[in-house]
Ligand binder design. Structure first.
Ligand SMILES: [Fe+2]
Length: 456
C-alpha cells in the first residue's frame, strides 16, 4: 500500500488480522543496523556533505494501536565526498524502550510525564542539538550517530508538550513552536526558542476546545495557528487509538498573531471545517498572509482514526484588515508531506515539493514527487516507476546557489518488487529527470513521517 493510499488500504483494514498500519512497508523492522560504504547507483554530488535523518513509528513490540503511536526510530545516511559513508537506524530510547507496554496516555487524570514521548514524528537540528519530536511531550535529543542523549526540556523550562513541527526562521534563527494539551490551561501554548537554543517565551492562548493541532505557520512577522475541528474525544480515547474525532460543530479558525510583540492578541478568522496536518509554506504580503496547505475535507469521523479522505493543495489568503479568509483549491491530485527549502520557510516562495499520486492508474499505490511552481501555476512530477513508493522528500540547496530550485530532493523510496529501500537523490531544477543517485540500503526502511538534511 502506498503512503498516499491509506484511504483504500485501511478500508480493507486487515489481512490475517494484522492491521494495515503494520503490513507491507508499514511493518516495523527489529534490527538496529550499522553499515558502511553503501552501494550507489549514479553519483552523489560532491557538495553533499552531511546526513539525511528521518524519523518514523516502529513499534518495539511489533504492535501499535495506530500508525502514529509506534516507537520512534530514526534512519540516517551520511554522505561525504561523493560516498554514502554509512547507514544507521536506531530507536529513540525513550521510557517506552524499556517498558514498551506502558500506556501512551494516562486517562485517569490526563496528566503526564513530559518526557514520556514516543519521539517518533520528526527530527530537526537547532542550536547544535538534534531533536526527535512528537507533539505530546518534550523533545528527545540524539547524537549525530543517532544514539539517544535524553529528554531535552530546555534546561527544565519546558514541562509540557512541544510540537513535532516547529519552524526555524531563516531570518532570525529562532525556533518558533507551540504545544497543545488536554487541560483548559494548556489547550494551546506558543513557544519561542532563541537562535542559541534558550526557551525564551511560553504564552498560553485561549481556544474553545482541546484539538489536535499538528502543525502551524510562520511568516516574517506573524505566526498562524490552525484551530481545526479534530477534537479530543474521551469515548474514542478509551478504545486505545488516536483520541480524537472530527467535530465540525466546533468550527474551524485560523489564529494570526504578531510574533514579535509578546502581548499581541490573536486575530481569529473562520474557515470551512476541514483538517490540515501539514502546510507547505506561508508568508506575508503586507496586510495579507498566504498559506498553502494539504487540506483534507474531513478526517476521523465517528471516532474512526482511519484515513477516509485524501488531501489536496489549497491556498488560504488571509486579509487581516477585512478579517476574511479566501479559500482556493489549487490542485486536484492527492498530495502530502509538502516541503520547501529551509531558507524559504515563512518567506515568499516560488517552489514547493510534495509526495503525490500517479496521474495514470498503472500502479495506484506508487507515488510521485510533485514540484509546484506557485509563480506560473504549473506543476511537474517525477514518476519513480511502478512499484516504487516514496515517503517525504526534503529539499537540499546547492551550496552558494542563488536560484530557489538549485539543489536536490532527497528521501527514502520503497521498492515493492525487490522489498528493499533506497535513498533517492533528484535534481530539483529538472523535473522528470532520472535520479542523480540511488543509495541502496542494507535493510527495508518502513514508511515514516518527517526528516531533515543536516549539512556540515
Ligand atoms: Fe507531521
Amino acid at each position: 500500500m502506498g503512503i498516499l493510499n491509506r484511504a483504500e488500504s485501511t478500508s480493507m483494514t486487515v489481512t490475517d488480522d494484522v492491521p494495515s498500519h503494520l503490513q507491507g512497508n508499514y511493518a516495523p523492522v527489529f534490527d538496529e543496523v550499522s553499515a558502511k560504504d553503501l552501494e550507489v547507483r549514479g553519483s552523489i554530488p560532491l557538495e553533499l556533505d552531511g546526513s539525511y535523518l528521518r524519523n518514523g513509528a516502529n513499534p518495539i513490540t511489533g504492535e501499535s494501536a495506530h500508525w502514529f503511536l509506534g516507537d520512534g526510530m530514526v534512519h540516517g545516511v551520511r554522505l561525504r565526498e561523493g560516498r554514502a559513508e554509512w547507514y544507521r537506524n536506531r530507536w529513540v530510547r525513550t521510557p517506552f524502550y524499556d517498558e514498551p507496554t506502558k500506556p501512551v496516555i494516562d486517562l485517569e487524570n490526563l496528566d503526564f510525564d513530559s518526557a514520556n514521548s514516543k519521539a517518533n514524528t520528526h527530527v530537526v537540528r537547532h542550536a547544535g542539538r538534534i531533536l526527535c519530536l512528537e507533539e505530546g511531550h518534550v523533545p528527545w535529543e540524539i547524537s549525530e550517530e543517532l544514539d539517544t542523549i535524553g529528554p531535552h526540556s530546555f534546561g527544565g523550562r519546558l514541562d509540557g508538550p512541544f510540537t513535532a513541527h516547529p519552524k526555524i526562521c531563516p531570518l532570525t534563527g529562532e525556533m518558533l513552536a507551540f504545544g497543545y494539551g488536554f487541560l483548559p490551561s494548556e489547550y494551546l501554548t506558543f513557544l519561542r526558542v532563541s537562535a542559541t537554543g534558550e526557551l525564551v517565551q511560553q504564552k498560553n492562548i485561549d481556544i474553545p476546545a482541546p484539538v489536535m493541532m499538528h502543525d502551524f505557520n510562520i511568516t516574517a512577522s506573524r505566526v498562524v495557528f490552525m484551530d481545526l475541528p479534530v477534537v479530543f474525544d474521551l469515548e474514542v480515547a478509551i478504545t486505545g487509538g488516536m483520541p480524537f474525532s472530527f467535530q465540525p460543530d466546533n468550527g474551524a479558525r485560523l489564529g494570526v498573531m504578531n510574533r514579535e510583540d509578546g502581548d499581541a492578541a490573536v486575530q481569529w478568522l473562520d474557515v470551512d471545517p476541514c483538517y490540515v496536518f501539514h502546510p507547505v509554506n506561508s508568508y506575508d504580503v503586507d496586510d495579507r498572509v498566504v498559506i498553502d496547505v494539504a487540506r483534507y475535507p474531513k478526517i476521523w469521523e465517528a471516532g474512526s482514526s482511519e484515513f477516509e479522505t485524501r488531501a489536496n493543495l489549497w491556498r488560504w489568503e488571509i486579509d487581516t484588515v477585512a478579517g476574511r479568509v479566501t479559500e482556493t483549491q489549487l490542485d486536484d491530485r492527492p498530495i502530502e508531506f509538502g516541503r520547501v527549502p529551509d531558507n524559504r520557510v515563512g518567506l515568499e516562495y516560488q517552489f514547493g515539493y510534495a509526495v503525490g499520486s500517479k496521474r495514470d492508474d498503472s500502479d495506484p499505490e506508487a507515488g510521485t514527487i510533485v514540484k509546484y511552481d506557485f509563480t506560473s501555476g504549473d506543476s511537474f512530477t517525477w514518476d519513480l516507476g511502478n512499484g516504487r513508493e516514496p515517503g517525504e522528500f526534503v529539499f537540499v540547496d546547492r551550496p552558494g546557489s542563488t536560484d530557489e530550485d538549485d539543489g536536490w530532493l532527497m528521501g527514502y523510496v520503497y521498492d515493492r518488487s525487490e522489498d528493499r529501500s533506497a535513498l533517492l537523490i533528484l535534481d530539483a531544477a529538472h523535473p522528470a529527470s532520472e535520479p542523480i543517485a540511488e543509495v541502496l540500503l542494507p535493510q527495508r526502511v518502513p514508511f515514516g513521517f518527517h526528516g531533515s538534511w543536516m549539512g556540515t
